[in-house]
Design a protein around this ligand. Structure first.
Ligand code: NAD
Length: 375
């Protein structure tokens, strides 16, 4: 059985697996092919993959030969036409947004697993690519903010006077938000946090941050741990509660998301203009519209002297560790579909395998993606 590691599209520094992660696969008798220079932007040279026991090859040879193709982002459907019949692709396809492309994939007869659809369960934690990347993004967001902010983060008492600590507001206390809180606290900031899920209050407080209470959030118990859209009444109440915190914040780290939907706009134009000139907004929800007015995806812009930076793939700015944890998640998932002897075994009774399988046997097989296609 052959696994092929694809080089990512231009602009992406991560790679699906690093050389050190190939040992167990190779020991199981799996042959590993790696596309030329797939790992260079994660500081893994072709020679490192060869030393680990993989073979370096061209993209077309890799696509034509592999039984399982792995990447971070999806592969172009047109390229998969060259692949073996029934090839398996594993990556991050964001099918809740790209559902129409899933039909094209199905028409090719391949099997596609999208790791961003893995259920957020305890058993699936070791394969949870959203968590591992969000953790890095939350950390990096605070470092970016500290870099762009014309102030210190920590409090300082110096002979030249005292410097107060930076005030940071974190919107959304999921994986990225919690890491942003912890990182901002480590840098000495005073942190406030807003989230619609009351369950996170305790975690926020245990990190030493203040939780901004807003009563009346919609019940999200049926959303698999994710948040749901809120009523207009709640949104209004939340804006009123946030206004004072926005006005005094030096930094906003925005991470609030609703799975498969546009991100909630939590800071409108009027609220943004409450911030002081020199303040910084980092919006990790930028690719789905952003939590903050005026944020642009993959760009820094300024409004009223406030610096806004939108980036939903900040983990890619730390490609070595981002690739390392992605590769580990991917390896753990591969163990579910590849036997100890190195043969493919797809068990759709397994909720993880079923939960992230989007396309199989010429059809879209994921219920949620099917309902998006049919509506
Ligand atoms: P996410 O990226 O989908 O959203 C980030 C945060 O934004 C969430 O905490 C969400 O509640 C919050 N949010 C949404 N709308 C908001 C609004 N209007 N105002 C303020 N905040 C808002 O979240 P995530 O980090 O992917 O985590 C999603 C869920 O999965 C969480 O419940 C998390 O605890 C859970 N999780 C479980 C596991 C596991 O058990 N394997 C692993 C990771 C995450």
């Amino acid at each position: 059985m052959i696994i092929g590691i694809l080089k990512e599209p231009i602009g992406e520094k991560r790679v699906a697996m690093l050389p050190a992660q190939l040992t167990s696969l190779l020991q199981a008798g799996v042959e590993v092919l790696v596309e030329n220079e797939a790992g260079v932007l994660s500081f893994a040279a072709d020679a490192d993959y060869e030393s680990a026991g993989a073979k370096i090859t061209s993209r077309s040879a890799l696509i034509q030969t592999a039984d399982i193709l792995v990447g971070f982002w999806g592969i172009e459907t047109s390229e998969l036409k060259q692949a073996k019949p029934g090839v398996i692709f594993i990556g991050v396809m964001q099918p809740l947004f790209n559902y129409s492309q899933m039909q094209e994939l199905a028409a090719l007869g391949c099997t596609a697993f999208s790791l961003d659809m893995i259920p957020r369960t305890t058993r699936a934690q070791s394969m949870d690519v959203l968590s591992s990347q969000a953790n890095i993004a939350g950390y990096k967001a605070v470092l970016k903010a500290a870099d762009l902010l014309p102030h210190y983060f920590p409090m300082f008492m110096t002979a030249a006077g005292s410097i107060p600590p930076a005030k940071v507001l974190v919107l959304g206390a999921g994986v990225a938000g919690l890491q942003a809180i912890a990182t901002a606290k480590r840098l000495g900031a005073v942190v406030e946090v807003s989230d619609t899920r009351p369950a996170v209050k305790e975690e926020v407080m245990s990190l030493g941050a203040k939780f901004i209470e807003v009563e009346g959030a919609a019940d999200a118990s049926a959303a698999g741990g994710y948040a749901v859209e809120q009523s207009e009444e709640f949104k209004q109440k939340q804006k009123e509660r946030l206004a004072a915190s926005v006005a005094k914040s030096d930094v906003i780290i925005a991470t609030a998301q609703i799975q498969g939907k546009k991100a909630p706009l939590l800071i409108d134009e009027a609220m943004l203009k409450l911030m002081k000139p020199g303040s910084v907004v980092i919006d990790l929800a930028a690719s789905t519209g952003g939590n903050v007015f005026g944020v642009q995806q993959n760009a820094i812009n300024h409004i009223n002297g406030i610096t806004l930076y939108g980036n939903s793939q900040l983990a890619a700015d730390m490609p070595v560790d981002a690739s390392k944890v992605y590769g580990k998640n991917l390896y753990n998932f591969l163990q579910l579909i590849v036997s100890k002897e190195g043969a493919i075994q797809l068990n759709f009774e397994d909720d993880i395998v079923k939960g992230c399988c989007i396309v199989h046997n010429g059809a879209v097989v994921h219920d949620r993606i099917l309902s998006l296609i049919n509506n």
